[in-house]
Design a binder for this molecule. Sequence first.
Ligand SMILES: Cc1ncc(COP(=O)(O)O)c(C=O)c1O
Length: 373
Amino acid sequence: MSRPAGGSLPLVDLAALHRELGEELEAAVLDVVRSQRLVGGPAVASFEQRFASYLGAGAVVAVGNGTDAIELAVRALEIEPVAEVLVPANTFIGTAAGVVAAGAIPRFVDVDEQSGLIDLDSAEQHVTARTQAVIPVHLYGRMADMHAVNAFASRHGLAVIEDAAQAAGARRDGIHAGAGGDVGCFSFYPGKNLGAFGDAGATVTSDPALADRLRLLRDHGQRGRYEHELIGRNSRMDPIHAAVLTVKLPHLDRFNERRRRAAQWYRELLADHLPDWHADDPASDVHHLLPILHEERDALARELAAAGVQTGVHYPQTVPQTAAFARFDGGPFPSAERRAKLQLSLPMHPHLSREDVERVAGLVDAFSPAALA
Ligand SMILES: Cc1ncc(COP(=O)(O)O)c(C=O)c1O
């Protein structure tokens, strides 16, 4: 079988990242193994404290994954069962699944056509007497306007839960993604900008009472051994992941800067496909993903795959279009539905070279669906 010229280009290159930090990562994991503290303990506490100080937030409560973070945030805020939570229709399913796991009802809202992030005009139309919270999702690494979200929430008396799973390190107007609402939620799934060696997540809050409830909820509701104050979950972060995250955290800004450089190359070379998203405030986008919109998305993805370039679709359906969430549909959501048809994520990671980006952009530019017919 012939190999594509230039070799294959992955969507995300975790191997390159782990090669760069290899020795430090291995030493940190070995320390945990040798310590025999395999659940909780000092490695988790140390990561929590470092990440809180990085974010400028009062407390980080590490949990098992990003979906649990959303669920525990909804529960810690004491959102009543069957209350409604506003969720963008264009997001990863975990945002909405966390809401349902907490016993609340996701009420979907449309997204802004250009950014793909929550559209507050649509949110306004979906607020009811039962709405108790809103979840801005900083999708693709782009930060929603937290001043506007917080103003909207306080007008309606809503709690704000940020889904910052894709936006570790993003800042907008001096606010860190995850530290701008009542509770921020992170996923440290390996491919995220800050990724563990498996599933992990965190909640962030500057409210001590919320932090206290989150700590109880993630650990069987117990304050001390067998002192169960709440019906909680088992959603603790494994110390191996905490140790890995502690090694990676000091490199996060540097790696995000490299993502920005790659995004800038894409922007220069593919201006027609990339509406200029916050070029004036580059720190507000940490480019977890690099989505373009293309009318012939699937054919283009096939052509790129044939040339050895891996792409992804984030996401091919809006959440309410999935079979799982159809019963919560409150659409239509024209902008989210349009994006679901057109968006295609091109390779994006800190180890992309200018040549890599030129190769991808050249293929996208040269692609002509008519030539396939
Ligand atoms: C926007 C968003 N929300 C929530 C999640 C859920 O996180 P996890 O996969 O760690 O449960 C993810 C990640 O996968 C995500 O990208």
